[in-house]
Design a binder for this molecule. Sequence first.
Ligand code: AKG
Length: 287
Amino acid sequence: MTVLDNIPTRLTNTERDQLHAQLERDGFVVLPRKLPSDLMAAVLDAIDRISAAERQKDRRVQSVKVANCVDLDRAFRRLMLYEPALQLAYDAFGPMFHLNQSNFISRVKEADQDAARKDFAASIDWHADGPRPGLFPRVDGVMGLHYLKFGYFLTDLTHVGGGALQVIRGTHRHDELDGKKRGFIVNDYANDLVEFTVEAGSVVAFHQALWHAAMPNQSDVERKNVYISYCPTWMRPLDREFPTEADLAGLSPEERWLLGEPRPALRWWLPQGDDATRMNRFAPDPA
Ligand SMILES: O=C(O)CCC(=O)C(=O)O
């Protein structure tokens, strides 16, 4: 059992069964427990340091989005190893999964944002994740789960207009925006619209094909969050190249595995040695 702040974070087998069923039905779940506060503090500190450095480059107040953040600070690698996320990834993909993507966003109040910088770091309209989602293979006529994405919301979003993540329930089983490249109206889906106006420390997991969006932050609370996703080892990561042995110096066997340690081509597909057992601690507990 992992205990940080004396709070056990590991999911029970019953919880993981329920979450897995919910994920299949709705395309998303909110994890039952919040992030431990020491982990939150470490990640927030890293976000603030890196965002400050980015803003130094251009002193106009701006929202910041940084890809592949696991390579920038150990705090993000701790988050990459967050046990409940890896338990759910294990349930989705079995033992042969690794890191697909990591990024953080620090989203300032829209009114403070320079107009020239109103890009996808400032807000992002309705979409399903790609690359070009319609080209992913389908399973039984619907988009398969190719990666599972975790949103870690580190600042309060219970107030109105904070730029929270929104999703439309069940749309992982639809074509992206029902094929409406023009004329998509979110109110047509109002009954299934879910906005995560959650407390700091909340964690949301979702299917890559679920339609989602984040509107501009209209509040005074800077929205800070991290997205980390996992995919089978036979898929390449979305925002990084695989590391060399030198890049992995001093990292744990689990970190090496998730980051994609160098190995012969076939072993990305067929496990050898301890490949299929490296992530064993995230398997369901023995009955
Ligand atoms: O800004 C957000 O929270 C949404 C990010 C998003 O849509 C994405 O990562 O695909």
